[in-house]
Design a protein around this ligand. Structure first.
Ligand code: NAP
Length: 499
C-alpha cells in the first residue's frame, strides 16, 4: 500500500504475536509504518498453535486455505495440517518477513490507557510505551474454561485442560476420562483412543459431525506446488469457494445448503456408527450447524473401539477417585482431561484497557460485547480489534478474515495519516446501527435453533456474522467516514453504554 503524501507517521503497538499479530506487523510495514512494537506475553509466537499441543491437534480448515494469501505453503503434510506444522509455518513466515526479531517476548501488556491523544501501555517487564495506535491481536479462544463441577479440585489423579496438555503423562494402560465432545475433544479422542487403556468419554450434548477425508500429500504433490505461489493461491481460492458456498451459506439462512449439510451429517452418523443404541446416544436433537459443525474423520471410529465407552449420564460431581454420575456410579480414573472449551468473550482481558476519559472495557462491555464492524470501539480512539465480536468465524479460515480486517484497519490509519480523520473512532450511533443490522440477520441463522454453544452470548444472541462471506468483505471494503467522529470530543464524562 502506498504511503499517503504529506502524511503523519504513526507509532503502533501490536498486542500478541499469533497469526493476527504477525499479519498486522507485516501489513503495517508494507504501508510504510516502521515504528511498530509487537508485545507477546509468551516466549514464542503462534498463539493458538503454540498453546494447543494436544494429541490430534490439527486445523479442520483445509491447509492450503489456512495460510496467508501472500504466502502459500507447498509443504503441508496433509489436507488438514497438524498443529505443530502450522506453528512452524507462522514461525517461518515471521522469520522470512523479518518480524521474529522485532517481537518483545515474555512481555504481557498490563495496562493500556488512552491519555491526551496517545495510548500509554505498561508491561509485565515494567516497561512504559506511548503510541498513536494499538492493535489488539490477542485471539479469541485462549482462556480455558474449566467446568463448574462440584469437587473438581479433589481429584487425586492427573487432570488438565486440553489447551494445557501434560506431555509428561503416558496414557498407555491408564484409565482415562475426557469431559466434552466439541471440536477439540473429537480430535483428542480420535488420537488417544489408540494409546489409552480404558477411555471414558463424558458427553453432555451430542454434536453433528461431517467427515471430510484427510489426505496425506506425497512428495510428488508437494514438488508440484513448490515455487508456484499462483498455483497455491488458486488452490486456496478453490477451497474458499467451496466453504463459502456450503458451510457459510448453510448456517446463514440458505435452505438448500442447510439441507445438504444436514443430509451429510446425518448420513455420516448412520454410516459410521453400526450399533443403533450407540447411534441414538450420539444423535443431537438440534439442527445441524446450530453448534459449530465438527469436521472430523476419527471420532466415530474411536468411540466404537473396545477400550472406549460413551457415558451420557450427567456428571454429578468429581471425587478423589474419578467422576460420579447422577446414577450413583463412580467412574474410577487415573487421568481426567477437560475438553471443555474456552471463554470466548474475554478478548484482550485481563489487560486493563481504558479509553477516552478512563472508560474501561469492562464498563463498555458491561451490557453487551459489541463492536463496530468487529474492529472499532466507540470511546476507544485509535484502537483496533482483530477477530473482534461478530467476525464470521464458523467453519472458515480465520486467516482470511484477519486479512480483510487488516486491510480495513490500514485504510482507517491512512485516513488519519492524511488528516481526514482527527482520530479513528467509530461513533456510538454507528455501532448501534451496525449491531441492529446484525440482529436483523441473526433471525435467519441456524445458531438460534435452540442449542447452547460458545457462539451465543449471555443473552442467547449469536456473536457471529449472520450474513454471507461476500457481504462481510463488502462491509469492510471501504470505511464510511460518516461512521467516525469528525472532531475530537472535548474532555467529558466517560462515554458509558446506555442503560
Ligand atoms: P467447545 O466446542 O466449547 O466444547 C466444549 C465441550 O465441553 C462441549 O462438549 C461441552 O458440552 C462440554 N462441557 C463444557 N462444560 C461442561 C460441563 N460442565 N459438563 C459436561 N460437559 C461440559 O470447545 P472446543 O471443543 O475446545 O472447541 C472450541 C472451538 O475451538 C471450536 O468451536 C472451534 O472454533 C475451535 N477449534 C477449532 C478446531 C479446528 O480444527 N479448526 C479444533 C478445535 C477447536 P455442551 O455441548 O453440552 O456444552
Amino acid at each position: 500500500m502506498q504511503q499517503a503524501s504529506n502524511s503523519k507517521n504513526p507509532s503502533v503497538a501490536v498486542i500478541g504475536a499469533g497469526m493476527t499479530g504477525i499479519l498486522m506487523a507485516i501489513k503495517l510495514r508494507e504501508a510504510g509504518i516502521e515504528d511498530v512494537t509487537i508485545l507477546e506475553k509468551a516466549d514464542q509466537l503462534g498463539g493458538t498453535w503454540r498453546e494447543n499441543t494436544y494429541p490430534g491437534v490439527a486445523c479442520d480448515v483445509p491447509a492450503h486455505m489456512y495460510t496467508y494469501s501472500f504466502r502459500g505453503n507447498p509443504e503441508w503434510s496433509h489436507r488438514f495440517a497438524r498443529g505443530s506444522e502450522i506453528q512452524a509455518y507462522f514461525q517461518q513466515v515471521a522469520d522470512e518477513q523479518g518480524i521474529s526479531g522485532k517481537i518483545r517476548f515474555n512481555e504481557a501488556v498490563e495496562t493500556c490507557h488512552y491519555v491526551d491523544g496517545k495510548w500509554q501501555l505498561t508491561t509485565s517487564q515494567g516497561n512504559f510505551l506511548e503510541v498513536d495506535f494499538v492493535v489488539s491481536a490477542t485471539g479469541i479462544l485462549h482462556h480455558p474454561a474449566y467446568p463448574d463441577i462440584k469437587g473438581l479440585d479433589t481429584f487425586q489423579g492427573k487432570m488438565w485442560h486440553t489447551a494445557r496438555w501434560n506431555h509428561d503423562v503416558d496414557l498407555a494402560g491408564k484409565r482415562v476420562g475426557i469431559i466434552g465432545t466439541g471440536s477439540t475433544a473429537c480430535q483428542v479422542i480420535g488420537e488417544i483412543a489408540r494409546t489409552s487403556g480404558e477411555l471414558t468419554v463424558f458427553q453432555r450434548t451430542p454434536q453433528w459431525i461431517i467427515r471430510v477425508p484427510d489426505k496425506e500429500y506425497s512428495e510428488r504433490d508437494k514438488a508440484s506446488l513448490r515455487g508456484k505461489q499462483e498455483k497455491l493461491a488458486a488452490l486456496s481460492r478453490r477451497y474458499a469457494f467451496v466453504l463459502r458456498n456450503t458451510f457459510s451459506k448453510a448456517v446463514t439462512g440458505s435452505k438448500l445448503q442447510h439441507a445438504y449439510m444436514s443430509w451429510s451429517a446425518k448420513r455420516n452418523l448412520r454410516k459410521s456408527v453400526r450399533d443403533p443404541e450407540l447411534r441414538a446416544r450420539l444423535t443431537p436433537d438440534y439442527p445441524v450447524g446450530c453448534k459449530r459443525l465438527i469436521i472430523n474423520s476419527t471420532f466415530y471410529d474411536a468411540i466404537q473401539r473396545e477400550n472406549v465407552s460413551l457415558e451420557t449420564t450427567a456428571i454429578e460431581r468429581i471425587c478423589e477417585q474419578g467422576v460420579v454420575t447422577s446414577d450413583g456410579v463412580t467412574h474410577e480414573l487415573d487421568v481426567l482431561i477437560l475438553a471443555t472449551g474456552f471463554h470466548p468473550f474475554n478478548f484482550m482481558r485481563p489487560m486493563d484497557l481504558r479509553g477516552r476519559n478512563g472508560l474501561s472495557i469492562d464498563e463498555a462491555w458491561s451490557k453487551k460485547v459489541q463492536a463496530y464492524r468487529s474492529v472499532c470501539l466507540p470511546g476507544f480512539p485509535n484502537f483496533f480489534l482483530m477477530l473482534g465480536p461478530n467476525t464470521p468465524i464458523g467453519n472458515y479460515s480465520v486467516i482470511a478474515m484477519s486479512e480483510v480486517q487488516a486491510a480495513y484497519i490500514l485504510k482507517l490509519i491512512d485516513q488519519w495519516r492524511a488528516g481526514k480523520l482527527p482520530v479513528v473512532e467509530a461513533t456510538e450511533a454507528a455501532k448501534r446501527r451496525f449491531n441492529d443490522y446484525l440482529r436483523e440477520g441473526m433471525k435467519n441463522t441456524v445458531w438460534v435453533g435452540g442449542c447452547q454453544s460458545w457462539y451465543l452470548d449471555d443473552d442467547g444472541d449469536p456473536a457471529m456474522w449472520p450474513y454471507s462471506w461476500q457481504q462481510w468483505e463488502k462491509e469492510l471494503q471501504q470505511p464510511d467516514p460518516d461512521d467516525f467522529v469528525r472532531e475530537e470530543p472535548a474532555e467529558q464524562e466517560p462515554l458509558r453504554p446506555a442503560a
